[in-house]
Design a protein around this ligand. Structure first.
Ligand code: ZN
Length: 191
């Protein structure tokens, strides 16, 4: 991973993280891999894309211990306290299709709480299609529904919300928005 992460196309480390819902690997093993990926992000000065399910307390504690300060909690599903801790470290929170589901009041509270300059949106394609097309295969274009819902919750225009998430994406994944030559020159490549 260290060698691959030096390629100019690489803009982040991840997804990585903890999933105590599915527990596809033993917890200790998940934590060990997560720490190594976080260290790599710090070492390479790359943001980290964090997957987390039923493990926010543990994940945020590990992120703090490993000095991770740049990244995104993808498809955020934690509580306000978890959100506060992740923001405190410097992370963004990413909101996906579930924000449009009738039962997602807790997630709507999170969006209400989130500053506009820390909010990202995503599809998690092919999963988590927004309410209007729920049950179908999700597509990047459907992220429109997520932006619209977030705008309504925050009481801002669609344009303002779209501008905010675009700006936040540029700040977090800056080199993704460069062309190939600019990218190659933007990071020191080791031999
Ligand atoms: Zn994930």
């Amino acid at each position: 991973l260290r060698a691959l992460a030096q390629e100019p196309e690489v803009v982040a480390i991840g997804e990585t993280g903890l999933d105590f819902h599915r527990n596809l690997s033993p917890r200790q093993e998940q934590e060990r891999a997560f720490r190594e990926h976080l260290r790599l992000g710090v070492e390479m000065d790359l943001p980290v894309v964090v997957h987390c399910r039923d493990a926010y307390k543990e994940a945020v504690a590990i992120m703090g211990e490993e000095g991770a300060r740049r990244g995104v909690m993808h498809c955020f599903s934690g509580n306000v306290e978890n959100a506060r801790e992740a923001l405190h470290l410097g992370f963004y929170l990413s909101i996906a299709g579930p924000i449009t589901y009738p039962k997602s009041d807790r997630l709507r509270d999170i969006v209400r709480f989130l500053p506009l300059d820390r909010l990202l949106v995503e599809t998690d394609c092919p999963f988590l299609a927004p309410q209007a097309i729920r049950g179908k295969r999700n597509e990047p274009a459907f992220v429109y529904h997520v932006v619209r819902e977030c705008a309504a919750i925050k009481g801002v225009s669609m344009d303002r919300m779209a501008e905010a998430v675009a700006q936040n994406s540029r700040e977090l994944f800056g080199s993704l928005f460069l062309n190939g030559a600019e990218r190659a020159g933007s990071r020191p490549l080791s031999d």
